[in-house]
Design a protein around this ligand. Structure first.
Ligand code: HEM
Length: 141
């Protein structure tokens, strides 16, 4: 469970990422595909070279979806319903991949935020993204 303070912190962090959503998202995707190469199989129809137009555009979509959800974390189940269905039934993403992307998002945030990404922010973000990933994977159960 996230405290009120943690929810506010998470919303603030993602709000700040909106102007650089394509950078944060594409870097996270690039890290995921490099570190966990099996994830590339889902993106064979896209140009997955770092910072390609498609990576920047897809990365932006991911970050904007997370930022939107972070504004009202308690309603996550409702906000994420369309993405849940898309990833489970249409794209058929194996659920463990959500943990990989969450991890890479955290590393990217740490790299961009420097000392602002302190242990409190790290712990809150880890809890938030774990909950997020669990909701996205929920339809598989
Ligand atoms: C599509 C978000 C995790 C693979 C999308 C879209 C969004 C999104 C917003 C676009 C939906 C649309 O256009 O209507 C997220 C978020 C994730 C996540 C927030 C977790 C934090 C993953 C993971 C994979 C994945 C782990 C695979 C390893 C895909 C694919 C598409 C997609 C293949 C379709 C891309 C295309 O054809 O343009 N995702 N996603 N997603 N996602 Fe995810």
């Amino acid at each position: 469970m996230l405290s009120k303070e943690e929810k506010e912190l998470i919303a603030q962090i993602w709000e700040k990422m909106i102007p650089i959503a394509s950078e944060i998202g594409s870097e996270s995707l690039h890290r995921m595909m490099t570190t966990f190469p099996g994830t590339k199989t889902y993106f064979s129809h896209l140009d997955i070279r770092p910072r390609s137009k498609q990576m920047l555009s897809h990365g932006k979509k991911i970050v904007l979806a997370i930022a939107e959800c972070s504004k009202d974390i308690s309603s996550m189940m409702v906000t994420l319903a369309p993405l849940q269905t898309l990833h489970a039934y249409k794209l058929k993403i194996d659920p463990y991949n959500f943990k990989y992307l969450s991890h890479c998002l955290i590393v990217t945030l740490a790299a961009h935020m420097g000392s602002d990404f302190d242990p409190v922010a790290h712990a809150a973000m880890d809890k938030f993204l774990s909950a997020f990933a669990a909701v996205l994977a929920e339809k598989y159960r």
